[in-house]
Each structure stands twice: as C-alpha cells, then as structure tokens.
Design a protein around this ligand. Structure first.
Ligand code: PXG
Length: 290
C-alpha cells in the first residue's frame, strides 16, 4: 500500500506530494530535517528529535508554522494514518517557494513534509560481519562555516565524503575535524572501546549531536562502562579494542576495518554487541506510543 504523506497541512497520496521547483530547499538546500524511528508502535526519542528540528530551524531563522506540540502530533499521525508500527520518519521543513535569488526574506511560507515509511540501511549480514570504513580526504566543515549541529538540507560535505567511500568500496567513511581529529561519519557518530571505556568525539569537534549517540552513552553508563567524550586521532581508532557507529538508521553497527587496519580480531566485539541488544531493548520500551 502506498504511504500517505503530510504536505503543508494535509495528508496526500504520494503522487500528489510535490513541492515547487522554486522552493529554496531545492534551489539552495535551505531547510532542515530529521530522521526518526518507530519501534513496535512507539516513536523513539520523539521529544529530542522535535527539539533538534526546532533548534536547527531557529539558527536558520526558519519559522516552523507549527508548535512543538503540533509537530509532535503530526509525526505520530503520519505513522497512524499509514498503519505503521515500525517506521522510518523523515520530517523536512524547507524555506518554501521564493524567487531565484537566495534571499530567504522572499520566501513567505515554509514547506513542511512528513514521510513515514520503512527502512533498512544495511543488510543483516553486515551487522554480523561488521563494516569496512576509510577516512575521507574531505574534512568535516568547521562550525564557523556551517555548524554540523544544524541538521540542514545541505549535506554536500557528507555526500562528498560518501562518494569517496563508494569509490574505495567502503560502507561508511570517517571524517576528521579541520585539525585532524576524529569527528564523525557521513551519517553516523563514531565510538571506540578501550577496556571498560566507551569513548566518542566531544561535541566541540564539530559533529551532529546524534540522538542515538545520546541513547548509547546512557545505555553504556547503565551497563557500568565509563563513557568519555574527548579528542583523539586515527592512531587511537586503529588500535582500539572495538569501533562502532551509531545513527537512527544504522542503530549500532560494528566497524572491523579502518583504512585497511583490522580492528582487534576483525569481528564485531562484545561491547558493541551488548550495547546493540540493550539499545534495541530500550527502543521498544522507551518511545512515545502512537
Ligand atoms: N552524524 C551525521 C552527520 C548524521 O547525519 C548522525 C550523525 C546520527 O544522528 P542520529 O540523531 O540519527 O543518531 C547523522 C544521522 C540515514 C540518514 O538515512 C541519517 C542522517 C542523515 C541522513 C540520512 O541514515 N543523519
């Protein structure tokens, strides 16, 4: 069954879900988005996603034409109208139609789109085998240029890195900060394990503050690990006991090879496996019911 899509005030059939070619989301990547998951009839960390959407929009001075409560309800409704218990939800707020100049003042009405559908990012055997990743020559853009905390429609920095991953036969790509420290991946945050420490790049390195990252840090603390947000280089990453990635789509996925260095014994490690199970357990229990 085709999924009905929320567009500017009502749920419409997919073939009617069209936005203008004059929309500055299309012309300039001027807009914000969220990717959200529902597990077993509950939307995971819905409040945090809505909050991040509004924060991204605030920085861009993009006025979302709904309150946080209304947006929350619309996201829940997008799952309900499509009978989805498990879903991947994409919320997009773009600057809306304007003229051909980039001035946002010429765009009086933002476009709001909510697509609720299903997703599988990586096939299940990749979770069992672990990912091969490489470092991109493209540095994560610095916060002074475009803060990676803004989940904007302009993903070219990530896409340029992802192109390199594709060319080298890697499933994801490590992006470094301008200074050369490990920052994050093209669409995932990164963690490493050393003994009982679960370590991830600190926010000041210029990363998207992932909602899965947050949940994984919580879960790791609850399991008795010491969680550290810090600065580290690829040397530490290559020599870690384990490396794994986190993201709404990927959840938690192990990395077994980085820049042709095999991580530990080349198999997904016990900590990532334990945290993955704990995360999945949290995800079905913790969300906002539909
Ligand atoms: N870093 C970046 C740059 C991201 O785009 C994450 C980290 C993880 O954040 P969350 O809040 O999801 O834990 C993201 C996730 C996808 C997809 O379909 C994911 C993202 C963007 C576009 C597509 O996997 N963002």
């Amino acid at each position: 069954m085709s999924k009905r899509i929320f567009l500017d005030g009502s749920f419409v059939e997919p073939q009617e879900a069209r936005v203008s070619v004059f929309d500055h989301g299309f012309l300039y990547g001027d807009g914000v988005f969220e990717g959200i998951r529902a597990y077993g009839g509950r939307i995971f960390r819905l409040k945090a996603h809505v909050e991040r959407l509004f924060s991204s929009a605030k920085t861009l001075m993009l006025e979302i034409p709904y309150t946080r409560a209304e947006m929350t309800e619309l996201i829940l409704e997008a799952c309900r109208v499509n009978g989805l218990q498990d879903a991947y939800i994409r919320v997009v707020v773009s600057r809306g139609p304007g003229d051909l100049g980039l001035d946002p003042l010429k765009c009086p009405k933002p476009s709001v789109v909510i697509i609720a559908d299903t997703i599988t990012l990586y096939p299940e055997d990749l979770y069992r085998a672990g990912l091969k990743v490489c470092t991109s020559s493209i540095r994560r853009q610095r916060a002074e240029a475009l803060n990676p905390q803004i989940k904007s429609l302009n993903y070219l920095n990530s896409i340029l890195a992802k192109i390199e991953a594709n060319q080298r036969g890697c499933q994801e790509v490590v992006m470094l900060s301008e200074e050369g420290f490990v920052a994050e991946c093209s669409a995932d945050n990164i963690f490493m394990v050393r003994g009982r420490k679960v370590i991830t790049p600190a926010p000041h390195l210029g990363i998207l503050l992932g909602i899965t990252r947050d949940a994984v840090m919580e879960v790791a603390r609850a399991k008795g690990y010491e969680v550290v947000e810090t600065t580290f280089t690829r040397h530490e990453l290559w020599n870690a006991d384990e490396v794994f990635l986190t993201g709404t789509a990927a959840e938690i996925v192990s990395v077994v090879s980085i820049d042709e260095r095999i991580v530990a014994d080349g198999k997904p490690g016990p900590v990532a496996t334990e945290l993955q199970a704990a995360f999945r357990e949290l995800a079905v229990r913790d969300g906002t019911p539909l």
